[in-house]
Design a protein around this ligand. Structure first.
Ligand SMILES: Cc1cc2nc3c(=O)[nH]c(=O)nc-3n(C[C@H](O)[C@H](O)[C@H](O)COP(=O)(O)OP(=O)(O)OC[C@H]3O[C@@H](n4cnc5c(N)ncnc54)[C@H](O)[C@@H]3O)c2cc1C
Length: 300
């Protein structure tokens, strides 16, 4: 448990306002996905150098650390006990640069997924990762959980969208594999170790992300299937007939469909109940009207 000396070392490292303990920590709103914040202390560094400094101090006294992104993880990966220190990336929330020609974006780990998407859009580009927690989930959290989301079928998981990253190891060593080059086959690909490792190997502090062309048409279809084998056939059929334009393919079990379309939901269900499986799909293309009719013909 942090003693007064350790707390004052932390305050000297990151500033008084960036260290929360006691009532200031208890007053912090807690999140259902992690439960009440019970950690001994929460630190919010503003730079990689500060993250490194904090981890050096923790390493020296064997202090366990739990990284926090947006706390949308849903599987209690960010839960901390009374003896642990939370290192929140919330103050590292700068979008550092966008390379429009090279189609890359450099961000700090605490930037939310939604801000990243909006920044790409401002430059008429797309950051393809998308999931329901976008407004709160952070890029650091997306990397650490190797997030998937709804467009995996077209663009792959977070692993496919990270060109490079910077991470700080438990002893404070800063490891950088920041890289804006898409076609890069030099040496070991260390960043892959950090993607999906949920903070067990280090704290992700910055990342270079891959952007793609922004589609001009977004067409959505909602389909009811009689059984699961039909879903598999539907996926193969739609994917081949749309020639690579299929952007999302999400399966909804009937229980979920019914819960989300009965009150307090205000909209009536678009398709009747009673089917074994429902599928929500999206085609992403270049010509709004032609693409909509192609999707309709494919499903007919
Ligand atoms: C409505 C909704 C829909 C969702 N849909 C999907 C989906 O379709 N696909 C999907 O994959 N997930 C989905 N999720 C889960 C969640 O949004 C993702 O796992 C997201 O990537 C977590 O990001 P976060 O910033 O909230 O991370 P947190 O929840 O804060 O942390 C997640 C884990 O990563 C660690 N961590 C966080 N930041 C760092 C860092 N900088 N360095 C090292 N470790 C770190 C934490 O310690 C924890 O173990 C959804 C969540 C919600 C609420």
């Amino acid at each position: 448990v942090p003693n007064t000396e350790f707390l004052s070392d932390l305050r000297a490292a990151v500033g008084e306002q960036a260290v929360l303990s006691g009532d200031r920590l208890r007053d912090r709103a807690y999140d259902e996905s992690v439960g009440e914040v019970r950690a001994a202390v929460l630190v919010r560094p503003r730079s990689t150098a500060e993250v490194s400094h904090v981890l050096r101090l923790c390493h020296a006294r064997g202090q366990a650390v739990v990284p926090h992104g947006g706390l949308t993880g849903l599987v209690y990966g960010a839960s901390a006990t009374e003896n642990e220190l939370i290192l929140s990336l919330e103050a590292m929330n700068r979008i550092e640069s966008v390379d429009v020609a090279g189609r890359t974006l450099r961000v700090e780990a605490g930037v939310t997924l939604q801000r990243t998407q909006e920044e790409a859009e401002r430059h008429d580009l797309l950051f393809p990762l998308d999931l329901g927690g976008r407004g709160t989930a952070t890029i650091g959290g997306n990397i650490s959980t190797n997030a998937g989301g709804v467009r995996v079928v077209r663009y792959g998981m977070m692993r496919n969208l990270v060109l490079g990253l910077e991470a700080v190891l438990a002893d404070g060593t800063v490891l950088t594999s920041l890289n804006r080059v898409l076609k890069n086959n030099t040496g070991y690909d260390l960043k892959q170790l950090f993607i999906g490792s949920e903070g067990t190997l280090g704290i992700v502090t910055r990342a270079d992300l891959r952007l793609v062309s922004r589609p001009r048409s977004f067409n959505t279809a909602f389909v009811a299937c009689r059984d699961f084998p039909t879903v598999i056939r539907l996926l193969g059929h739609v994917d081949s007939h749309l020639a690579g334009q299929l952007g999302a393919f999400e399966v909804l079990w009937p229980e979920f469909y019914e819960i989300t379309t009965t009150p307090p939901a205000t909209q009536s269900p678009p398709l009747p109940y009673g089917h074994a499986v429902y599928v929500l799909m999206e085609s992403l293309g270049a010509e709004p009207e032609a693409d909509a009719s192609r999707l309709e013909q494919t499903l007919a």
